[in-house]
Design a protein around this ligand. Structure first.
Ligand code: DC
Length: 226
């Protein structure tokens, strides 16, 4: 019988988490959960309501909004109160504001609670910044993905260009650097490698290679249990 594991993946911005997690989830028949998309959705709402400077109002929005992730045909769609915001949450404007919003303790509590509910039954690949440390510290498989900042920025630029969005490498490097700085230095659940997480440097790996490394690990654990 196929066990339904919890696979937790953390890492800095553009380290390959979503591509890897998505493919891995597909191969395993698991649910893919992109927790960054949830923080991005709240940030988008805060921008639209013009309340970025009002923490109380952001917390209220986080409490009252219905954020849903749907994973169909290899695509994650993000819905807020029934409206698809999948494209908008990837904009540079959201990327610039998301780290300050995700520093807010109450916002994190609300998101972590939702993430635990989504993942507790297993059969999930969940990725973010605090999945291996806070959301599921006892996950069956814990991975920390990393890559050099140049490689990460190059990947992000390619992604923007493929969508027809004109953006320079310097702008992307600056955004990634700033997000990493805030995400790693914040007081509540900073991004850090959990001691028992397996670190994978993806700088010189193909996507297939990084997916297979984790897949092997998952299969090992499942066969040891049966
Ligand atoms: O994975 P991403 O780059 O789309 O995430 C966007 C931001 O959301 C990231 O810079 C910090 C925040 N985030 C977080 O604080 N905790 C998570 N588990 C996931 C993302």
């Amino acid at each position: 019988m196929m066990d339904k594991l919890i696979v937790a993946i953390d890492g800095p911005a553009s380290s390959g988490k979503s591509t890897t997690a998505k493919l891995l989830a597909e191969k395993l028949g698991y649910l893919y959960i992109d927790t960054g998309a949830m923080y991005r959705a709240i940030t988008l709402l805060a921008i639209r309501h013009k309340i970025l400077d009002n923490q109380e109002a952001i917390i209220r929005l986080a409490k009252e909004s219905d954020i849903q992730l749907r994973f169909e045909k290899g695509q994650t769609s993000v819905f807020v109160d029934g409206i698809d915001v999948s494209e908008e949450i990837r904009s540079m404007e959201v990327s610039k504001q998301v780290s300050p919003v995700s520093k807010i303790e109450e916002v994190r509590k609300i998101m972590v609670q939702k993430q635990r509910l989504m993942g507790e039954k297993g059969g999930v690949v969940m990725e973010g910044r605090d999945i291996t440390t806070v959301v599921f510290p006892d996950a069956d498989v814990k991975i920390f993905l990393n890559a050099t900042i140049e490689e990460r920025a190059n990947r992000r630029v390619k992604e923007y260009h493929s969508k027809g969005i004109d953006i320079s490498l310097d702008q992307v490097i600056e955004n990634i650097r700033e997000r990493d700085r805030i995400d790693s230095s914040r007081e509540i659940s900073p991004l850090k490698k959990s001691e028992d997480a397996i670190e994978i440097d993806t700088t010189n790996l193909t996507i297939d290679e990084q997916v297979n490394l984790i897949l092997q690990k998952v299969k090992e654990i499942i066969s040891n249990r049966n």
